[in-house]
Design a protein around this ligand. Structure first.
Ligand code: GLY
Length: 394
């Protein structure tokens, strides 16, 4: 009798599949570590191959392209080195990160761009976070003054570009990314002006950049006498009314970060609406790596932008920690899918190839036929950051 009951139980268990192997998760801490381990190897090659005084940007026609320190991406290479030092604890990364970071010191007095957050906070900011080096702190505080000098109290925003007389006061959605630097500076210096500027810039952006469907314009030109909007348009996207992919990711990341820094619920609600717009978009492919513009007319026969995917994954991971239940799960699962795909051979380079960058297939500026379907230093930076965030959350 006993044997018969055991046999029946065994049959039932078999029939309902309880003995089947559990499905392998799409992504995991082990896989995140494998991806970071590959980043470590690839960036060891990169450190050996990068001449002193050069800032790696991209790789095209079998050649690594470099810039000087004044190009907006200059903080990403040192920033990636800092993250890899954090991951490995390896002094080689720390020394190289320090060298490449200090090389950017003149930027602290550079008042001709809004990109100082990218340039200084990704480099010196990560360095300060990991080492507490006071020299970094002083450089950052001077740099924050330079960034704040671009604020206009009538427009209540920081001016993005100076390089054309065509516009009075151009502001781009990307500029949200520079505000974390000012929020840090307010805390570190006790000067509330930095925080006021960051908050006002965020409100101005929230109120003007977003369409009813929560897609974002790329550029807005403001009137400096009235603060009114003169024109809304694109520079790097497909059209003035389209949703340029990286701009959408910058906005998502920027408002998520500003909610973290300020606790302002308007920013959280906007970040959720942006995330839902992107994740529910009919043109977001199954692997969730966006095309370079959500409204590109030749989808699906056009380029993906891995940088937009990496920035989005990093933002979604943080956003998932600020919300609950189904929303949290939606954002976290989407980030996992993005990271799983970026870690696959579809996007990840082979060792020693791709100019020693980690990710392939990003788009810098397609309408100018510049940096199309190439690696980009910021795609790597936000991918590495997202992998860190993933491991920390898990
Ligand atoms: N901030 C410039 C870009 O995203 O291309």
């Amino acid at each position: 009798m006993k044997k018969t009951i055991i046999a029946i139980l065994a049959l039932l268990i078999g029939a309902f599949g309880c003995t089947e192997e559990p499905e392998e998760p799409i992504f995991s801490v082990e896989k995140a570590k494998e991806a970071l381990d590959f980043g470590v190897i690839q960036y060891q090659h990169k450190m050996n191959a990068t001449p002193p005084g050069k800032v790696p940007v991209t790789f095209k026609d079998d050649t690594v392209r470099y810039s000087d320190i004044y190009w907006w991406v200059s903080g990403f290479y040192p920033g990636s080195l800092w993250y890899l030092f954090e991951y490995t604890g390896n002094e080689i990364f720390k020394n190289e990160a320090h060298k490449r970071t200090m090389f950017l010191e003149p930027l602290k007095d550079h008042r001709a761009t809004h990109d100082l957050g990218f340039m200084l906070y990704c480099s010196f900011g990560n360095g300060l976070r990991l080492t507490g080096n006071d020299e970094y702190k002083q450089i950052l505080l001077t740099g924050a003054e330079s960034l704040a000098s671009r604020y206009n109290p009538v427009v209540e925003a920081i001016k993005s570009w100076d390089w054309s007389d065509e516009w009075q006061f151009p502001v781009i959605i990307d500029n949200m990314m520079n505000l974390e630097f000012l929020m840090w500076a307010a805390e570190a210096s006790g000067n509330e002006n930095f925080e006021n500027i960051a908050m006002n810039h965020s409100y101005t952006s929230k109120n003007n950049f977003y369409r009813d469907d929560y897609s974002s314009y790329h550029v807005i030109d403001f009137d400096t006498l009235t603060g009114n909007v003169i024109n809304k348009f694109t520079h790097q996207g497909y059209s003035d009314e389209s949703a340029w992919a990286r701009g959408q990711s910058w906005g998502l990341y920027g408002f998520t970060m500003m909610f973290r820094e300020s606790g302002e619920e308007y920013f959280l609600n906007l970040a959720m609406n942006i995330a839902d717009f992107l994740l529910d978009h009919p043109n977001l492919p199954e692997d969730k790596i966006p095309y370079w513009d959500y409204d590109a007319p030749d989808i699906p026969d056009t380029y993906r932008d891995a940088s937009a995917g990496a920035i989005m994954a990093s933002a979604l991971l943080e956003l998932s920690t600020f919300v609950e239940d189904a929303k949290s799960e939606k954002y976290f699962n989407a980030a996992e899918i993005i990271l799983a795909n970026l870690s696959s051979e579809n996007y990840m380079a082979n060792e020693g190839e791709n100019g020693n960058f980690i990710l392939k297939h990003s788009v810098g500026f397609l309408p100018a036929d510049s940096e199309v379907d190439v690696p980009l230093s910021y795609a790597d930076y936000y991918f590495i950051e997202a992998l860190h965030r993933y491991i920390n959350i898990k």
